[in-house]
Write a new protein. Structure first.
Length: 241
């Protein structure tokens, strides 16, 4: 089956097809490929079915448009700042050289370290996916209300700017503390990329070593995860397998 695209109500696409045909073709091909992927049952939960898992009234259109507009409508992230620094308001702007407005020089930001990525990571589709997953997973445990109040009262100056007491209240704090105490500062924030839990080493026992709760579930044949603090553990004996 073939289908055609009517550009009568898509003036921006129609213009791009004439002035930027290569880019327009790339955009169209990308969305067509994603349409097919949306019905891939091997994903466990098809993308097309996922919205109903979240809420009975949510549609596939809501989720996809929301994700794309939330990630790509840069002006909406911070309208005031956008007028001055443009694309730099986006989290992914860390990938590009930063210009020093005082002396005109540029410098590269260590985005691989910031997002806990391998030193040889390239700015590919896989890298973007990993960054977005981490942003979403951390965001799941951050109270926007508390963060907004902290910002309003000038309490957020650094990574720990929520205030030590507020940081300790975050659900994933026990996992971060366990990483620091067990493996050192350089290990803090490391993920098991394939399961999305914080890397807390091997699992031994019946309770979560990080938060001491009996909320451990077996993710697959290799991993366990704590549903309370997001600590992840590799199955004993599997680390070097």
């Amino acid at each position: 089956m073939k289908f055609t695209i009517d550009t009568k109500d898509k003036p921006h696409l129609a213009k791009a097809m004439k002035s930027e045909p290569t880019l327009a073709k790339e955009v169209i091909e990308t969305f067509v490929q994603l349409m097919d992927e949306a019905f891939d049952s091997e994903k466990g939960i098809r993308w097309a079915d996922l919205p109903k898992e979240f809420h009975k009234d949510m549609t596939f259109r809501d989720v996809v448009r929301g994700i794309l507009r939330g990630a790509l409508d840069v002006r909406q992230m911070n309208p005031d700042a956008f007028d001055v620094i443009k694309a730099e308001v986006h989290p992914l702007s860390m990938l590009m050289p930063r210009k020093n407005v005082l002396d005109g020089t540029t410098r590269a930001y260590n985005w691989r370290s910031h997002f806990q990525l391998p030193d040889d990571a390239l700015p590919t589709e896989d890298t973007v996916a990993k960054i977005i997953r981490k942003l979403l997973r951390y965001g799941k445990y951050v109270s926007i209300q508390q963060l907004q109040e902290a910002l309003e009262y000038n309490q957020v100056a650094t990574y720990r700017g929520l205030g030590e007491e507020q940081v300790k209240k975050l659900p994933f704090y026990p996992a971060l503390r366990y990483q620091q105490e067990t493996f050192g500062e350089l290990h803090v924030g490391k993920f098991f990329e394939d399961v999305g839990f914080l890397d807390c080493g091997e699992y031994v026992g019946e309770v979560c070593p990080a938060c001491q709760r009996q909320d451990i579930v077996q993710i697959d044949e290799s991993y366990y995860g704590c549903m309370s603090c997001n600590a992840g553990y590799i199955k004993e004996g599997m680390k070097d397998a």
